[in-house]
Write a protein that binds this ligand. Structure first.
Ligand SMILES: [Zn+2]
Length: 310
């Protein structure tokens, strides 16, 4: 999820009044930065739903296709490290910056794999209630043709690529992608990297509790050297993921206590339950302030961890 999108949602969480108008992004000005993570895995960073690729002998596996406007740049970036076609695509979750260029990749011959909920959300279209945005149904050619429910293993390019669904985390369609040989995990949107709270989109079935559970799943897979790829930005270490997890657990405890005491959302915000974590986890210039995060946590915990209505 891009920062612009997060800004809109954050603004809407703070003020549920008028619909917020999206700031256009000039994709022609965005460059893709390629980072070699070893064992054939490369990060394609573009300040949005960052992609990973795994280079195989006969083709390339691509995690997340980016927005439609970036599709050609993703292809060009892949071509810099391999002359093989993009054979297989995994979409980590149903936000448009992760599946937007699916149709172009499918027309180029790629097979698309995702959690069943992602296909359903793409096919039906979605309303992101937090800022009153409607995403139209995707064309059939853009939809994943292989879906799974709980977990799946792909054997590609000499690596075992393990997919795990984590329910109601960043969304209700998240896939964690674990490259076992390369010791890299794509966190979908369940980790914000070093210095950023992870956003959870309750209108897409996300929740605080599910985000914490997703982080626990990643911690169970990781060792001290694992690189964990966030929604955007530099991969984080297992130690950073653990620190983020521990902060979220404490924030959940504090906000739940305020709810149990009968505090209103505004009273909970006034109590500043994230105060001692904000210096580490509020990104300077970002939009997920401690107060916004408290509102998100309050709303998520108040409604239980059940997903929002689709
Ligand atoms: Zn997202």
């Amino acid at each position: 999820m891009k920062r612009t999108f997060i800004a809109l949602v954050a603004a809407a969480i703070l003020s549920s009044s008028a619909a917020v108008v999206a700031q256009p992004v000039d994709y022609s000005k965005l460059d893709i930065e390629i980072t070699d993570l070893g064992n054939g895995v490369h990060l394609l960073g573009w300040q949005g739903g960052d992609s990973l690729i795994l280079i195989g002998d006969d083709g390339v596996l691509l995690v997340d296709t980016s927005v439609a406007q970036m599709g050609d740049k993703i292809r060009a970036a892949v071509a810099k490290v391999s002359n093989k076609p993009i054979e297989l695509v995994i979409n980590t979750h149903a936000h448009a910056d992760h599946f937007g260029a699916n149709e172009a990749m499918a027309k180029g011959g790629a097979v698309i794999v995702a959690h069943a909920n992602l296909r359903e959300r793409m096919a039906k279209g979605q309303t992101i209630a937090a800022f009153n945005q409607t995403i139209p149904p995707s064309p059939p050619a853009a939809l994943p043709t292989i879906t799974y429910a709980d977990s799946m293993a792909l054997h590609f390019g000499g690596d075992t690529v393990q997919l795990f669904h984590v329910p109601n985390a960043h969304t209700d369609s998240d896939t964690l992608v674990h490259f076992k040989r390369a010791n890299v995990i794509h966190a979908s949107g369940t980790f914000g990297g070093d210095g950023s709270y992870p956003f959870f989109d309750t209108s897409s079935g996300g929740s605080l509790a599910g985000t914490i559970a997703a982080q626990e799943k990643m911690l169970s897979l990781a060792d001290a050297n694992t690189r964990i790829v966030p929604d955007e930005g530099e991969p984080g270490s297992t130690a950073v993921l653990r620190a983020c997890h521990d902060a979220l657990v404490e924030i959940r405890t504090r906000v739940q206590k305020l709810i149990d005491e009968g505090k209103s959302e505004d009273e909970a915000v006034a109590a500043k339950p994230t105060k001692d974590f904000d210096a580490r986890w509020v990104r300077p210039g970002g939009f997920l302030s401690g107060d916004t995060y408290t509102r998100m946590a309050y709303q998520s915990l108040k409604s239980g961890s059940a997903p929002a209505a689709r």
